[in-house]
Design a protein around this ligand. Structure first.
Ligand code: FAD
Length: 444
């Protein structure tokens, strides 16, 4: 007898994919065990450190040797699976990988993962207007095709470096790399290094390099630093052009540099959605054509139109778990995965597709008015807490504890005011509303 339970494919076994699988497995009456496709040989995604990155974006993450988390473990953790409480608040990346491996085993996810299997194509099988199922083609040694009722896309967005256009860059004779390929600072000994971008990776890598390089120049457009960096770190406006031995900044300043490191973030990339109507036009925003919105780069954008940054506005059985930016990822995907599964179970009705598309359109108009680039369309920042609360209220599951937002804000303020010392902080959550904190003077 055919099963009436839903079959869901989970693409990726990083934190988002593992969390999605865990929640599918906890609903055995409605869902068959998931099929989790993972292109590498292990779980963990971002948190798998590969010492020797090959020039293949899929086989390594951006993790560098000495990275410690920039969020305390007390808010990074999934609400139903705590980190080892004996660990300090800011931990080495290997502890996060260990945690994700333990999560995998605790919720018996591993038997459902197809390792070394890359999804190469996903397309809807369209019935009367709606997709009745999804066809997933995956490649291990050979290609295999399977059908599913729903898809949870959990491939992350830290694998495809974004490199801004810099005039004359190909003539620059120094070393050019993206932070995706950075591993440790010793190899930059006695060099003059320009870091373009002053986000968390730019600042962290500058600190690491300052112990070995001759000089480190943080090139960025942001406001002046509110903290005093080590003596061999200086600031410069963004690099806009290059000559064989020089990098030229926006204000005309010329820098003699040995190395340029792009800490300029990443692009979304969903190569398994082919373009064209026969593949469902998943990444297509064509519904905006003829509208009074300027959308010159939408055709090139690789972002799908998502209702509530989560569900494809035309295909409600296609969920994107963890596609939002500037968030605390594990608790966020914990909420998104549950919301999406409750939708699939029919327990949380969605508006009709016309309305979801219209909401996407409104979101885009608002975003355009903000002047921010399209890649930040799904950036949540401080709004993530209302968003998580909305998901929980709308679908009826336990919301995140309010203490998480408080702890997030304290961490953000400390990190902004002094990135040299914030990792010495330790937190202890007392209850859903309160936490304690103290500075550990003994640690480096
Ligand atoms: P990923 O971890 O990227 O996992 C995606 C998985 O999908 C990978 O295993 C990949 O192999 C697989 N995959 C991709 N394409 C396919 C395909 N076609 N078929 C099959 N499998 C596929 N977050 C924090 O909370 N705290 C921090 O301190 C922190 N520090 C960070 C530091 C760096 C340098 C970076 C890059 C990120 C950091 N993050 C941090 C964010 C981190 O990425 C998230 O915590 C989280 O791990 C993202 O999980 P994910 O599952 O969405 O994506």
């Amino acid at each position: 007898m055919a099963s009436s339970r839903l079959r869901v494919a989970v693409i990726g076994a990083g934190s988002a994919g593992l969390c999605s699988a865990r929640h599918i497995l906890s609903r055995p009456l409605t869902f068959e065990p998931p099929v989790v496709y993972e292109t590498t040989g292990q779980v963990g995604g971002t948190w798998v450190y590969i010492e020797d990155p090959r020039n293949d974006f899929y086989t390594h993450s951006s993790m560098y040797r000495d990275l410690k988390t920039n969020l305390p473990k007390e808010i990074m953790e999934f609400p139903d699976f705590p980190f080892d409480p004996s660990l300090p608040s800011f931990i080495h990346h290997s502890e996060v990988l260990k945690y994700l491996e333990e999560y995998t085993d605790k919720f018996s996810i591993r038997p459902h993962i197809k390792f070394n299997t890359r999804v190469v194509s996903i397309s809807p099988v369209i019935g009367d207007h709606e997709p009745v199922s999804w066809r997933v083609t995956a490649k291990n040694r050979e290609e295999e095709v399977e059908k599913f009722d729903a898809i949870m896309v959990c491939v992350g967005h830290y694998s495809h470096p974004y490199i801004p256009e810099i005039e004359g860059l190909k003539d620059f004779q120094g070393q050019v790399m993206h932070s995706h390929f950075y591993r440790y600072p010793e190899v930059f000994s006695s060099r003059s290094v320009v870091i373009l971008g002053c986000g968390p990776s730019g600042v962290d890598i500058a600190m690491e390099l300052s112990l070995h390089a001759d000089q480190v120049i943080l090139s960025h457009r942001g406001p002046p630093l509110t903290w005093t960096p080590p003596g061999n770190i200086s600031m410069a406006p963004p690099v806009v052009s290059a000559a064989p031995n020089t990098l030229v900044c926006e204000d005309g300043r010329k820098i003699q540099a040995d190395t340029l490191i792009f800490c300029t973030g990443y692009k979304y990339n969903y190569p398994f959605f082919a373009s064209g109507a026969e593949h469902g036009d998943i990444l297509d925003w064509g519904f905006l054509e003829g509208e009074d919105i300027e959308s010159p780069d939408l055709g090139k954008g690789h972002l799908p139109p998502l209702y509530n940054q989560l569900i494809h506005a035309r295909y409600p059985t296609l969920g994107f778990i963890g596609a939002c930016k500037i968030v605390v990822p594990f608790p966020l995907v914990h909420c998104q995965a549950q919301f999406f599964l409750l939708v699939l179970e029919g327990k949380r009705p969605l508006p009709p597709p016309e309305l979801m598309l219209s909401e996407c359109r409104q979101q885009l108009i608002k975003h355009r008015a903000s002047g921010l680039p399209l890649k930040y369309l799904y950036r949540l920042g401080l709004n993530q807490w209302e968003y998580n609360q909305w998901l929980a209220d709308a679908a009826g599951f336990e919301p995140l504890a309010p203490v998480m937002r408080k702890l997030y804000e304290v961490t953000r303020d400390f990190r902004g005011s002094d990135p040299l010392i914030y990792r010495k902080l330790n937190f202890k959550i007392l209850n859903r509303e309160e936490f304690e904190m103290y500075m550990d003077e003994t640690k480096e």
